[in-house]
Design a binder for this molecule. Structure first.
Ligand code: GLC
Ligand code: CA
Length: 576
């Protein structure tokens, strides 16, 4: 940390603590329902692209270890690590062949143990990805399962014997033909795969399978990890009679494939067997079909999960832009549905999405930094646990891949083949994936301006974003106004002010198509957030006179508080 940063950090700490002393309001310790996982800021690390320690062009655990001081310097509390288990990498680790071992590319179990202790020494918790809707087809279970109809592992997966004819259609997200049934000639049967054919779906109806999963979870919990992110969990439960879906709804993934029979029994069992026995947090990818589903997953009395993340908001970011009115509506509706009970996570980017600033801000040189800071202000000032993706703290952008050879993601490549086969305009299609393909968020972390951005001394597994000479951590470290240092300040502000975690959220100026404004209120403290989502000056009409408010943070560093907002201006104010 430079002296300047240290002084700024100290100044923020000093203000935060002096206003606590003056406060006549009830102490924050009296906030009901406080939990560490509600107050945490989660930083997501994509291990393949974070830091390569041995020069093979692939990020690894020793690489992450070498960057632990950087991670700590962010002020975040929790790291969510994408899968690091043994895997043939059909889907970058989301196809696991051994749940109790480390992927060769990433290192060894010793490296893992060192990583956990290095994090814990620095006060950082570790959340691991739990990928149990499916395994790899190279997992021993599946090898056994497919070997014979009489295998004791047969019922670990979903099989449909060929003499019954073709099974009722099921949609697959990653299959070239979007057909989730793959014929296996060895035992003359079809197996189910909602994702790629190398990711056969596990059969949760089988108690033996569930026990295996809980044992795996205990194995990692005993190693001292602090939580699980349940990958694609809303899809684990299936009606194993595999009824025909009504005509026209066969591909309705949201309504017909999620939240199947017994899912809550499985979660309650998981809670009883594992989650309740350790101090671990749990978060589900996907929040069901509607608010009621989401509540049933996360409400505290349910004894299931701590939180879930919904896709409604992140899905709004499209190549042609998005409607801020809709964006505000989505976040506001979710917030009010969970105002009294339940907890959610807040995110706008991860390893499956395009870059935050490209998709929701403006990545042109004139506005990249300012709009990226504005989005950081947003994510860290909403109610819900923020999940923040590595590289976004630097304002990393989409790399602008325009040639198919530049892409690595199997889902993208399979979909390309599919679109080609059905006669899609492939020039247009490439433009779409240039904007929204999953590889956009997977290019190597930009550490400095040296070869390969300091990520690797070898040829990296995926091309780097050529903008790394301008956008990198080393450069931002030395600039007190950088996105990186803004992120640190914002994290700190959230950590020190429970109003940003627990405060009641209220939308202001709802019909304003350019400005997102809201208050957060707790124990007599009222904070106002005003965000300009446009590249021009706009006015806000919050109905609150904030000319005398105290500026807690603002992304220009010279806010005028006269109701006019500069392009992508973000204000976070404490009201008198
Ligand atoms: C989740 C992961 C994604 C993966 C898929 C299948 O959506 O985030 O990366 O491809 O599940 O496991
Ligand atoms: Ca490596």
């Amino acid at each position: 940390m430079s002296l300047k940063n240290l002084l700024t950090a100290f100044a923020i700490a000093a203000t935060a603590c002096c206003c606590n002393q003056q406060s006549t309001h009830p102490p924050d310790s009296e906030i009901p329902g406080r939990k560490w996982w509600k107050e945490a800021v989660v930083y997501q690390i994509y291990p393949r692209s974070f830091q390569d320690a041995n020069g093979d062009g692939i990020g690894d655990l020793r690489g992450i270890i070498s960057r632990l001081d950087y991670i700590r310097s962010l002020g975040i509390d929790v790291v969510w690590l994408n899968p690091i288990y043994s895997s043939p990498n059909d889907d970058n680790g989301y196809d696991i062949s051994d749940y109790r071992n480390i992927m060769k590319d990433f290192g060894t179990m010793d490296d893992f143990d060192n990583l956990v202790s290095g994090m814990h020494r620095r006060g950082i918790k570790l959340v691991m990805d739990l990928v149990v809707n499916h395994s790899s087809d190279e997992h021993e279970w599946f090898k056994q399962s497919r070997s014979s109809r009489n295998s004791p592992y047969r019922n670990y997966y979903h099989w449909w014997n060929a003499e019954r004819g073709k099974p009722p259609y099921r949609y697959s997200l990653f299959d070239v033909n979007h057909d989730a049934w793959r014929y296996d000639s060895g035992s003359k049967a079809y197996y189910l795969h909602y994702f790629s054919p190398k990711q056969p779906d596990l059969n949760w109806e089988n108690p033996a399978l569930r026990k295996e999963v809980f044992d795996i979870m205990k194995f990692w919990a005993e190693k001292g990890i602090d939580g699980f992110r349940l990958d694609a969990f809303q899809f684990v439960a299936k009606d194993t009679g595999f009824p025909q879906w009504p005509k026209g709804y066969e591909k309705n993934f949201n309504d017909y494939y999620s939240m199947g029979p017994h899912i809550h029994d499985y979660l309650k069992e998981m809670y009883k067997e594992v989650l309740s026995k350790y101090n671990v947090m749990s978060v589900a990818e996907g929040a069901g079909r509607n608010f009621a589903d989401a509540h049933e997953l996360v409400d505290s009395g349910r004894k299931e999960l701590n939180m879930a993340y919904a896709f409604d908001a992140v899905d709004l970011g499209k190549p042609g832009g998005y409607s801020l009115l809709r964006f505000k509506q989505v976040f506001t509706r979710w917030d009010s549905a969970f105002a009294k009970e339940g907890w959610l996570s807040i995110f706008l980017a991860n390893h499956d999405q395009a870059r935050l600033v490209t998709r929701f801000g403006n990545d042109s040189p004139a506005f990249r930094e300012i709009s990226s800071k504005m989005l950081t202000t947003f994510i860290l000032s909403m109610r819900g646990t923020p999940f923040y993706y590595n590289g976004d703290e630097l304002g990393m952008t989409n790399p602008g891949f325009t040639r198919l050879e530049q892409f690595r993601d199997k889902a993208t490549l399979n979909e390309y083949q599919h679109q080609k086969a059905i006669g899609t305009d492939m020039v247009q299609y490439l433009k779409n994936i240039e904007f929204s393909g999953r590889d956009n968020g997977r290019t190597p972390f930009q550490w400095d301006s040296s070869t390969n951005a300091g990520f690797s001394s070898g040829k990296s597994w995926i091309e780097l974003n050529p903008d790394y000479k301008q956008i990198n951590a080393a450069r931002e470290e030395n600039d007190s106004n950088s996105c990186l240092n803004y992120f640190r300040k914002m994290v700190r502000l959230r950590k020190e002010n429970p109003v940003l975690v627990y405060g009641i959220y209220q939308l202001l100026d709802p019909a304003n198509p350019d400005v997102y404004a809201y208050t957060r209120e707790l124990n007599g403290k009222k904070w106002l957030v005003v965000l300009n989502f446009r590249n021009r000056v706009v006015t806000s009409n919050t109905g609150i006179d904030f000319s005398k408010a105290r500026i807690m943070i603002d992304n220009y560093g010279h806010a005028s508080l006269d109701g006019h907002l500069k392009p992508y201006e973000a204000l976070l104010l404490e009201l008198p």
